[in-house]
Design a binder for this molecule. Structure first.
Ligand code: ADP
Ligand code: MG
Length: 172
């Protein structure tokens, strides 16, 4: 059976992991968190002193995931999207969160002042939305509000419906 691949992207804290895990458990699709994968497999290429974090080895991430992505049925979660092959994804969701809400979520995570400011700016300047529309066909890129539990529920329902329809359309 053919199954779609879905990308969930957006600024850290917008709710990608929450949505991705819930979607996976309700749809049976596989959930992959690229940050976790990189940590487990040490897919790094150097260290960023300014941001105090390891630098992702994007080529090795792509190599690591390519077979699974070819098989289909994968939900990918990452706060970046310009290095994935365009052919991987059938649909791309950019989660969006209001500044005040995002600020509280990141503060709860214990981010320092610089990391907080950088991520809030990233959301204000819609960096991930621009990156997504520059990297994928505009008609497959969708923004989703991600501020309240009702929005999460609504996003889950809408995406489950989309998955169901995609499967029907591609397996008849
Ligand atoms: P990301 O994976 O994008 O960094 P998370 O999924 O870890 O974001 O979510 C960050 C925080 O925001 C978590 O505490 C999560 O419970 C909360 N959250 C995510 N989506 C929503 C939503 N739609 N409404 C309320 N809280 C949310
Ligand atoms: Mg996450």
């Amino acid at each position: 059976m053919l199954l779609p691949n879905i990308l969930l992207t957006g600024t850290p804290g917008v709710g990608k992991t929450t949505l991705g895990k819930e979607l996976a458990s309700k749809s049976g699709l596989k959930y992959i968190n690229v940050g976790d994968l990189a940590r487990e497999e040490q897919l790094y290429d150097g260290y960023d002193e300014e941001y105090d974090c390891p630098i992702l080895d994007e080529d090795r991430v792509v190599d690591e995931l390519d077979n699974q992505m070819r098989e289909g049925g994968v939900i990918v979660d990452y706060h970046g999207c310009d290095f994935f092959p365009e052919r991987w994804f059938h649909i791309v969701f950019v989660l969006r969160t209001d500044t005040n809400v995002l600020y509280e979520r990141l503060e709860t995570r214990g981010y320092n002042e610089k990391k907080l400011t950088d991520n809030i700016q990233c959301e204000i300047f819609q960096v991930l939305y621009e990156e997504a529309t520059a990297s994928y066909k505009e008609e497959i890129v969708h923004q989703l509000p991600s501020n309240k539990p009702e929005e999460l529920e609504n996003n889950v329902d809408q995406i489950l419906k989309w998955i169901e329809q995609w499967i029907k359309d591609h397996n008849s």
